[in-house]
Design a protein around this ligand. Structure first.
Ligand code: ADP
Ligand code: GN1
Ligand code: MG
Length: 351
C-alpha cells in the first residue's frame, strides 16, 4: 500500500493508514499524512467483483462534475488523481486503488435507532435519485451485469444448490424452500421492467444504510458509488428500506430481534418519495410497496448462494456469516409481509 500512497503524496510521511468502515466488498483505509490537513479514503477495488474499475472511475467523475458544483447540503466524496493525473493507481500485484476525499466529521450507521435517521436517509437517497433523474440512462453501463435481476440471482442460487460446492445444501433446506416459494410473486417487477412498464433510470444500486454518511443529525453524503448505473427506482428505495427499516443488524444471530420497523419505513418514505414524486410514471407508483420485500429477497438469495458456494463473494468474519445474513433477510421478509397493506397505504398517501 505504501507504494500506492507515494503515487499521491511522494513527500509526506504516513501517520496512519488503518482499515475503515464495514463494507463487504472493497478494502477501505483512512489515510492521515504528516503536513497535510485533509484526511483521505484509500480503497483497493475488488476487481473480482468489479471487472472494469475504469468504468467505475468514469461514472464517479461524471457524477462529481454534476454534483460538486452545486454546493448542496448533501454531497458525494471527490475522487482524487495521483501525481500522474490518473484516478486509478495500480500496486505491485496489479490491484487497482483509488483515493477519495474523506467526509469530515462524518459517521455511518449500520442499524437505525431513531426516526430522524430514517427520514434523513430517505431525504439523502431521494436527493440522489432526483439528481440522477437528469442523467441519460443509455450513457451508463451496469458495473456488474444483471446486478439486481432476480431471474439471474435465482439461477445462481439453483446452480449453487446443485453444485453444492461447500456440502452445505442439506443443512439449509428450510431457507432454500423459503426463497423458492416466493419466486412467482416477486418476479412481477422484473416482468414489468422487461415490458418497459417500469422505466430504467440511472440509480445508485447499493443503498444500504451504511452507504450514507451523517454529520451531527443530518445525512451529508451518499457514498459507495461503484454500482451507479442503469436500474429502477425500486432497487434503491427497497434496498435502503431493507437496512433502514430493520430493527437489527444485517447479521444478527438472535432472530427474535429482527423485525420490520414500520415507523422507520414511514419516516424514510417521507424523506424519499416527495423527491421522486414528480418523475414517476403511473405504473411506477403502483408497485413501490413491493420494493422492500423484493430487495430483501434478492439479498437473502445472494447471501445464501454465497454460503452454498463456500463464501467466495462477500467478506466474512466466520464460516456461518453468510448464512446468518441470509436468515436475517428471511426473518425480515416474513415480518414485512405482514405490513404490505400498511406500506401501500403510506406510499399512496405520499404519492
Ligand atoms: P464497500 O464497497 O466495501 O462497501 P464503501 O465505499 O462503502 O466500501 O466504504 C466502506 C465504509 O467506509 C463506508 O460504509 C463508510 O463508513 C466509510 N467511508 C467510505 N468512504 C468514505 C468517505 N469518503 N468519507 C468517510 N467515510 C467513508
Ligand atoms: C455489498 O459494498 P457494500 O458492502 O456497501 C453489496 C450489496 C449488498 C450488500 C449487503 C457490489 O454492499 O449489493 O446489498 O453488500 N455490494 C456489491 O450488505 O455486491
Ligand atoms: Mg459500502
Amino acid at each position: 500500500m505504501l507504494n500506492v500512497i507515494l503515487k499521491y503524496f511522494p513527500h509526506n510521511k504516513v501517520l496512519s493508514a488503518l482499515p475503515f468502515g464495514n463494507g463487504h466488498i472493497n478494502d477501505t483505509y483512512k489515510l492521515i499524512l504528516e503536513g497535510v490537513s485533509d484526511i483521505f479514503i484509500l480503497q483497493r477495488i475488488n476487481t473480482k467483483v468489479f471487472p472494469n474499475p475504469k468504468g467505475i472511475v468514469d461514472t464517479h467523475l461524471r457524477l462529481q462534475s454534476r454534483i460538486l458544483s452545486q454546493r448542496d447540503t448533501i454531497t458525494i466524496a471527490e475522487i482524487i488523481p495521483n501525481t500522474d493525473g490518473e484516478y486509478l493507481t495500480f500496486d505491485d500485484e496489479g490491484y487497482a486503488w483509488r483515493m477519495t476525499s474523506y467526509i469530515e466529521d462524518s459517521y455511518s450507521v449500520d442499524v437505525i435507532e431513531h426516526e430522524w435517521e430514517a427520514y434523513e436517509a430517505g431525504n439523502a437517497y431521494g436527493w440522489f435519485a432526483n439528481i440522477c433523474s437528469t442523467l441519460k440512462v443509455n450513457e451508463f453501463e451496469e458495473a456488474i451485469r444483471d446486478f439486481h435481476r432476480l431471474s439471474f440471482r435465482l439461477r445462481q442460487l439453483k446452480e449453487a444448490i446443485s453444485g453444492n460446492l461447500s456440502k452445505r445444501a442439506g443443512s439449509v433446506k428450510d431457507l432454500i424452500d423459503f426463497y423458492q416459494e416466493r419466486e412467482a410473486k416477486l418476479s412481477l417487477i422484473e416482468t414489468l421492467t422487461n415490458e418497459g412498464k417500469i422505466p430504467l433510470r440511472v440509480v445508485h444500486n447499493d443503498t444500504k444504510i451504511n452507504n450514507l454518511l451523517f454529520r451531527d443529525k443530518k445525512a451529508v453524503a451518499v457514498i459507495d458509488l461503484d454500482t451507479v448505473g442503469p436500474g429502477i427506482l425500486y432497487y434503491d428505495y427497497g434496498d435502503a428500506l431493507r437496512t433502514s427499516a430493520c430493527t437489527a443488524k444485517e447479521d444478527e444471530k438472535n432472530l427474535d430481534l429482527v423485525r420490520f420497523n414500520i415507523e422507520a419505513f414511514k419516516a424514510f418514505s417521507n424523506g424519499y418519495l416527495p423527491q421522486v414524486k414528480s418523475i414517476l410514471s403511473n405504473e411506477e407508483r403502483e408497485w413501490f410497496y413491493l420494493a422492500p420485500v423484493l430487495l430483501t429477497y434478492i439479498m437473502g438469495i445472494r447471501f445464501l448462494t454465497d454460503y452454498l458456494n463456500g463464501d467466495k463473494y462477500y467478506k466474512i468474519s466466520y464460516p456461518g456469516h453468510n448464512l446468518d445474513r441470509s436468515r436475517v433477510q428471511m426473518t425480515l421478509i416474513r415480518s414485512m409481509e405482514g405490513f404490505e397493506t400498511d406500506m401501500k397505504s403510506i406510499i399512496d398517501i405520499l404519492l
